[in-house]
Structure formats: structure tokens, C-alpha cells
Design a protein around this ligand. Structure first.
Ligand SMILES: NC(=O)c1ccc[n+]([C@@H]2O[C@H](COP(=O)([O-])OP(=O)(O)OC[C@H]3O[C@@H](n4cnc5c(N)ncnc54)[C@H](OP(=O)(O)O)[C@@H]3O)[C@@H](O)[C@H]2O)c1
Length: 292
């Protein structure tokens, strides 16, 4: 059954309109984002339920699993509904020891785009994020070389739109001289607010901001203020964390991850919460540095 997913947002310069509540598929791969998952049928059920509820934005990468997350997406949802937008990312690979390594050379990026196409069963990727920086945030430096490769693949027709992940404002400015950027995906949630000014700037310019780890990632957020807000709204702390993000800025699109159908349902329902100003003020104070 389709529900309100927080309204929608159109990616700049495109006809792509995404419902603001999407789904992040990273953790479907399995423990440690290394396949296979404990129960592939549950993973399939989560994806099918998300799409049935109206989610039209799934975030993934071929280095989740590796390959496993994309293969499960294809198995669950292919042939894809016309309005489903699968956003993937390139720029990293997994070591044999499950480490996360950069993969930003020309050949690695070309191979990654072809791996995504093959494992997702697509002729063209809707949106590809170039992931640079470190695991938890950007590191300064030029991104011209790898981005030029993606711009070339876009001209060749393998990619529709390009986004960036783990970038600074300076890197976005450099990127926009190379190709149009439709979205930025950085670490941000009610507790981690380094990108506050960046988000406002992107909102003014109509560029989507897609926070990764919206619920805190591998260690979900814990805060007495989140719990107090949840009690007062008759909701759960995770729902409140998502509702806070939705009200934070209209260009924020959510991709919470979960391996559970129950948590998926709970997360999607967060789009219907309307926290009043006093609750927002309480939640604003969760920001690290503002005291718990
Ligand atoms: N660009 C990048 O560098 C980058 C980095 C990391 C992630 N990402 C993207 O961001 C997406 C989101 O990240 P994420 O999934 O790692 O982090 P997240 O959405 O912040 O949190 C996921 C964690 O929260 C738990 N959870 C979800 N819903 C819950 C609920 N209702 N109640 C209690 N616990 C709940 C999940 O456990 P259960 O499975 O048990 O529900 C999981 O442990 C990923 O899927 C990925 O696509 C991108």
C-alpha cells in the first residue's frame, strides 16, 4: 500500500522526481557489507515492500557485497518499474580482508560502471555518485581526473546523471566546471551536523543532499533527547531522527538502510510525523558539541 513519503524533489536539470523517503541497500549485502546475507528471502522481501510502498529511490553500489547487493536488487525488482531510480556509486573497492579501498583510476571507474550495469541488469545507470574522500568524510584535493572519466561515460550514454559523495564545497565547485552535479551524498544526521551550511547552499541551488548514515550507520544513534521526543510523539527514536532530517531542508532525500521489513515499515511511516517547533529545538541540541 502506497503511503506519503515526505513529498518529492526533482533533481536539477532533469525530469527525475524522487520521493523524499528512499531506501539505502548497503547493509542488505550481509554482515560487514560482505555477502551473502543471512537470509536472502528477507532481503528480497525488504526491497519488494519498499517499492510497493512507493519508494522510487534506491541507493546502492557494486562494491557492496561485493556485487551481492546489486544482484539481489536485480533478482528482486527486475524488470524495474518505470519510475524507479537506482543511484549507484563508484570510486571504491573491497580488499580480500574486507577493507574499503579507493578505486579511482580510469580503468577502475570504467570497470565499476560496467559491473554496475551488468549486475543491475541495466543499459544505462540513472545516477552515479563519484565517491572520494575517506570513510567518514571528505579529504581535500582535486577530483578532476576521476570526474572527467565519469563525464566521458555520461557522454557515451552509459550514465544519465552524475552526483558526488564525501566531498567538500571546494570539490563541488571544481566538479561543476566539468559536468552537471545533481546530488551530494555526505555523512549527516541529527547528531553529525558538519554539513549544515553546505546543505543550505545546495538547497538554494536546487541540488539534492542525500545524507548517508541518516540513523547513525553501523551504530544507530542513541540519545536521551531522541527518546524523549519519541515518547512525546508516540513514535520511535529512529522515526524521530528521520522526521528531523525531512524537516531540516526540502532538498534532503533519505536513504535509511535496514535488513528488516518491520524496520522498513517503521522508517517509511516517519514521513508522516510532524514534530512541533519545541521538539525540533530539543532535537537541534543533539548535535555533537551541543551536549547530549
Ligand atoms: N557514500 C558513502 O560513502 C556511504 C557510506 C555509508 C552508507 N552509504 C549509503 O547510505 C545508506 C544508509 O546507510 P546505513 O544503512 O549504513 O546506515 P543507517 O541508515 O544510518 O542505519 C542503518 C542501521 O540502523 C538500523 N535500523 C534501521 N532502521 C531501524 C529502525 N527502525 N529501528 C532500529 N534500528 C534500525 C539498521 O539495522 P537493521 O538492519 O537491524 O534494521 C542498521 O544497523 C546505505 O544503505 C548506503 O546506501 C553511503
Amino acid at each position: 500500500m502506497r503511503i506519503d513519503l515526505g513529498g518529492s524533489f526533482r533533481l536539477p536539470g532533469t525530469s527525475v522526481t524522487l520521493n523524499r523517503m528512499g531506501y539505502g541497500a548497503m547493509q542488505l549485502a550481509g554482515p560487514g557489507v560482505w555477502g551473502p546475507p543471512r537470509d536472502v528471502d528477507v532481503a528480497i522481501a525488504v526491497l519488494r515492500e519498499a517499492v510497493a510502498a512507493g519508494v522510487n529511490h534506491i541507493d546502492t553500489s557494486d562494491f557492496y557485497g561485493p556485487h551481492v547487493t546489486n544482484q539481489i536488487i536485480k533478482r528482486s525488482l527486475h524488470p524495474y518499474p518505470d519510475d524507479l531510480v537506482i543511484v549507484t556509486k563508484v570510486g571504491a573497492r573491497r580488499g580480500q580482508d574486507k577493507s574499503w579501498l579507493h578505486a579511482l583510476s580510469r580503468q577502475e571507474l570504467i570497470d565499476a560502471v560496467h559491473d554496475n550495469l551488468r549486475n543491475l541488469g541495466l543499459d544505462k545507470l540513472d545516477v552515479v555518485n563519484l565517491r572520494v574522500g575517506e570513510a567518514m568524510g571528505p579529504s581535500e584535493g582535486s577530483i578532476e581526473e576521476p570526474l572527467t572519466v565519469l563525464a566521458e561515460l555520461k557522454r557515451q550514454g552509459l550514465i544519465r546523471h552524475v552526483g558526488l559523495s564525501n566531498v567538500s564545497r571546494g570539490q563541488l565547485a571544481e566538479a561543476e566546471r566539468i559536468t552537471e552535479i545533481v546530488c551530494v551524498q555526505n555523512l549527516y544526521n541529527v547528531a553529525h551536523r558538519n554539513d549544515d551550511d553546505f546543505i543550505d547552499d545546495l538547497a538554494r541551488r536546487g541540488i539534492a543532499y542525500v545524507p548517508f548514515f541518516p540513523l547513525g550507520g553501523f551504530s544507530p544513534l542513541q540519545s536521551s533527547k531522541l527518546e524523549a521526543a519519541a515518547t512525546s510523539l508516540q513514535a520511535t527514536p529512529m522515526q524521530v531522527a528521520l522526521a528531523w532530517l525531512l524537516q531540516r531542508s526540502p532538498n534532503i532525500l533519505l536513504i535509511p538502510g535496514t535488513r528488516s521489513v518491520e524496520h522498513l515499515r517503521e522508517n517509511l511511516k516517519a514521513a508522516t510525523l510532524q514534530p512541533p517547533p519545541e521538539i525540533i529545538a530539543l532535537l537541534d541540541a543533539i548535535a555533537i558539541g551541543a551536549g547530549q
